[in-house]
Structure formats: C-alpha cells, structure tokens
Design a protein around this ligand. Structure first.
Ligand code: GAR
Length: 190
C-alpha cells in the first residue's frame, strides 16, 4: 500500500476528492496533507476525514524540514492540488517522477508564474477561447513546465462567465485527477 501526500494551499476540493477516492483502494491511501496556509479550507476538510495535516512555514520547505517529515511519514507519492508555492529541489530530487501537479487550463497555454485559480479562467474568457481544460503534469522547478501526463478538454460557450468556466474545469479535475494519480502509482517500481 503506497502512501500519498497532497499539498494544498486553498479550499481543498481536489484534496478531498483524492482522499475519498483512495479510502477503499488496494493501491494507496492519502495519509498526509501539507499546507503553508493555516487558514486553508483544506484543513477542515481533512479533519472531517481524519487525515493528518502538516502546516509548515515557507522556510521549512527550503531547509529540508518538510522533506524529513515526508520521509518519516513514509510518503511514496506527492500530488499538488492548488498548492501555490514552488517545491524546492530537495523534495523534487527525492520524489523524481513521483510528484505531480494539476493546472486548470490546457498547458502550455495559460500557465506560468501568477497564472492560477480564477486568473486563468478570466484570461480564457477575455481571449474568447472556444475550449479550455485541465493538465496533469510532472513537477519541475519551473511553474507549469513539467512533462504533460494527461489533459481533458471542455467547451467554453461565448456567454460563459469566468465563474462558469471555473465550475466546468473543477468538474473535470474532480473526475480525472484521482484516477490519474492511481494509474501513476500502479506504474511505480516496487
Ligand atoms: C484547482 O483548480 C487547481 O487546478 C488550481 O487551484 C485549484 C485548487 O482548487 N491550481 C493552480 O491554479 C496551480 N497553478 P481546490 O483547492 O478546490 O482543490
């Protein structure tokens, strides 16, 4: 049984979907959620599910403290779900090809520093795009640049507001992210 850590800074709707997906899985469990935001909605969601939450200061990411907690919790795989800080090299190297992110657009479009959450959907609507979607990718030390693992698309109607686009994209995320994580974990070497 593999152990997953989810990193999240915000509401945590994806973290919750992932955690629930694995509750009865033979493949893995979410055993830790990590956040840099002590006010993040994800904390309450995880409390209800009985999943421990590690709240850390930014310097603890850099100085190896978070990595040593991941190691002592025997974490095998990391999924970012609305985590907005850069993950430093100490963690990237320890979890090479075992750390993924989800982005609420079809990368390489609408990615990069500062492109997150509603800002992405506002830009998609402002540019009158006919479609948008989600991208799941391996994490690197550049924002939104790692190898793409999975994309799913959805139509943008001309009258859609950014909020309506956000809702459509969130549905795609909730539908696909847990299963993609499960497939990647199944492919890991023992
Ligand atoms: C998700 O839409 C995720 O794709 C986005 O943050 C949201 C988190 O929602 N991530 C980024 O924009 C990263 N660049 P949640 O807290 O409800 O899961």
């Amino acid at each position: 049984m593999k152990r997953i850590a989810v990193f999240a800074s915000g509401s945590g709707s994806n973290a919750e979907k992932i955690a629930k997906h694995f509750v009865e899985s033979d493949v893995a469990r979410v055993t830790l959620v990590c956040t840099n935001n002590k006010k993040a909605g994800v904390i309450d969601r995880m409390k209800k599910l009985g999943i421990p939450v590690l709240i850390f200061q930014e310097d603890e990411l850099e100085n190896g403290s978070v990595l040593s907690k991941l190691k002592s919790a025997k974490i095998d795989f990391i999924a970012l779900a609305g985590f907005l800080k850069k993950i430093p090299n100490n963690i990237l190297q320890a979890y090479e090809r075992r750390i993924v992110n989800i982005h609420p657009a079809l990368l390489p479009d609408y990615g990069g520093e500062g492109m997150y959450g509603m800002r992405v959907h506002e830009a998609v609507v402002a540019n009158e795009e006919e479609e948008t979607g989600i991208t799941i990718h391996y994490l690197t030390n550049e924002y939104d640049e790692g190898e793409i693992i999975f994309q799913a698309r959805v139509e943008v109607d001309p009258e859609d507001t950014p909020e309506e686009v956000a809702y459509k994209v969130q549905q795609l995320e909730h539908t696909h992210y847990p299963g993609v994580i499960e497939s990647l974990i199944q492919e890991l070497d023992e």
